[in-house]
Design a protein around this ligand. Sequence first.
Ligand SMILES: [Cu+2]
Length: 178
Amino acid sequence: MEWARGLAMAAAAAVVMVAAVLAGQAMAAGATTYTVGAPDGLWDMETDYKEWVARRTFHPGDKLTFTYSRELHDVVEVTKAGYDACSNANNISAFRSGNDLVALTAVGTRYFLCGLTGHCGSGMKIRIDVVAAASSGPAAAAGPGAAAAPLPSTSSVTAAVAGSRLVLVLLYALLPLW
Ligand SMILES: [Cu+2]
């Protein structure tokens, strides 16, 4: 049964490594800089920004980089009304360096579009929901004034739960081998 024991040990070691990686992901709370549209696209006419946004979670402290050819596009931050109407008439700010860094400083929704004629209408606009990060810091401690605790990041929780379930399932599967 030496081989079975060795196999079980190896499998257990692998499980521990997977769990450690998942725990690390769940705890990673550092600020992230997102290149809009990357890795499959950039700030362009082809990227589906609704889909791009849906796969990410933005927290205060994160940053966006809009990367594009300045001959072809620009970036305009607009209100919700501007976003909905594809209008940059009352823009909040405009960027045209081709490599524009935008800091997501606070919780809330930010709206950006390309101001060149027809581009927004073709889908070149993006809505970014900035949500509170799950934190073990003082901000997360529910004091008397805290009406609602910040929601934990769903992906982190899911990863942590999935990780611990995986460990349990694999440990039960391995028990008979000992
Ligand atoms: Cu454009």
